[in-house]
Design a protein around this ligand. Structure first.
Ligand SMILES: [Zn+2]
Length: 133
């Protein structure tokens, strides 16, 4: 069932609302260089299911390597509430830790993405999705 969650950056300038089904879309963890340092918990959200309520002008973008992923962060507090991931750059990955309702027990990661070996991990994840269809 789709549930609405709100979240934001640390200083509160950036606020957003999403609609997700946490049973259908498990929260994931990635071991790539930036996700490890951020400590981000990934929650994939379709573009049309994320609404920026405030602070879109306060977001800055960091890119590296292939430049495909657009790592958004609040230019005031440095927090990264959501971004456009390399695996799905038209959509979002929300940082579950930035949701108001975040709880370590209810939002524990249930998927692992081996982002240190991105090409192999991406191929495997595509196979998993194909198997589910
Ligand atoms: Zn902020």
């Amino acid at each position: 069932m789709l549930t609405h969650y709100e979240g934001g950056c640390h200083c509160g300038r950036v606020r957003f609302r999403i609609a997700v089904d946490l049973d259908e879309t498990p929260i994931g963890e990635c071991n790539c260089s930036i996700c490890t340092k951020k400590g981000i918990l990934h929650l994939p959200v379709a573009r049309e299911r994320l609404e920026i309520l405030s602070g879109s002008d306060d977001l800055a973008t960091y890119t590296f390597n292939t430049g495909t992923a657009r790592h958004l962060f609040c230019r005031h507090c440095g927090m990264h509430p959501f971004y456009h991931p390399r695996t799905d750059p038209e959509n979002y990955s929300v940082n579950a830790r930035c949701l108001d309702a975040y709880g370590p027990a209810t939002m524990a990661p249930r998927r692992r993405f081996d982002g240190r070996h991105w090409e192999d991990a991406f191929a495997r994840s595509q196979d998993e999705w194909a198997a589910r269809r």
